[in-house]
Ligand binder design. Structure first.
Ligand code: ADP
Ligand code: MG
Length: 216
């Protein structure tokens, strides 16, 4: 049995990564393929801790309320990623199950590099993640920050620490540069400003091409 197909869905907050990851997983299942839908931060021990940090709910005693620095966040995300890979992603792919992940190391590169205040640090973050395998396809949902902001407002879930419009706009621009920075990795940049179904169709097309390349 061959390996499953590994697809990552990426973009800024409100780009629609969760919506589209779920729709893609459902579509592949409809085609009769076994699929594991997952997300980062993962649901493992380190990922659960990161989610608390992102919601401002985890501040250690003795830290005088100081938030965790971007380097610490980058290391936590990288640690969660290795755990996610070893415990969830690789076992599923090895069993011939497709894996669709809502975010992957591209989020680390974009978010931690932009919150560091020195975007050149992206290459350090890439190094931290060097042992994490590249997806067979990474879909970047390219959205205007104004569009994403409206969606975030409508979603009404807990606001996370990175959800500032100016930061999100810089991250959207960074996502557009990723295919050039990570040349050689398979990317599909999709117009995420369009409606949910139109975006889904574009993603399905990109995944079909990736499957042809992969022979799965
Ligand atoms: N293409 C789209 N057009 C309109 N609304 C969308 C679209 N994609 C997602 N949404 C809505 O926007 C909100 C945020 O989507 P979500 O998938 O949670 O974004 P993300 O996971 O990227 O932060 C949700 O309420 C979702 O239903
Ligand atoms: Mg989401």
């Amino acid at each position: 049995m061959g390996q499953g197909l590994f697809v990552a869905i990426e973009g800024i907050d409100g780009a629609g990564t969760s919506t589209q990851a779920e729709l893609l997983a459902n579509e592949l299942r409809r085609e009769g393929r076994p699929v594991h839908l997952t997300r980062e931060p993962s649901d493992g021990p380190i990922g659960s801790m990161i989610r608390q940090v992102l919601r401002g709910r985890l501040v250690a005693a003795g830290s005088s309320g100081r938030p965790l620095g971007w380097e610490t966040m980058a290391l936590l995300f990288a640690a969660d990623r290795m755990d996610h890979l070893k415990s969830e992603i690789e076992p599923n792919l090895g069993d011939g199950i497709d894996v669709v992940t809502d975010r992957y190391y591209h989020s680390s590169i974009v978010y931690q590099a932009e919150t560091s205040g020195e975007p050149a640090t992206w290459s350090w973050i890439r190094t931290l993640n060097q042992r994490a395998r590249a997806p067979n396809l990474t879909v970047i949902l390219d959205v205007q920050e104004k569009v994403a902001q409206k969606r975030r407002a409508a979603r009404r879930s807990a606001v996370e620490i990175f959800e500032e419009p100016e930061l999100q706009a810089r991250m959207a621009a960074f996502y557009r540069r990723l295919p050039e920075l990570l040349a050689g990795e398979p990317f599909a940049v999709v117009d995420g400003n369009r409606g949910i179904d139109a975006v889904h169709e574009l993603i399905v097309g990109a995944v079909q091409s990736a499957r042809l390349r992969q022979g799965t």
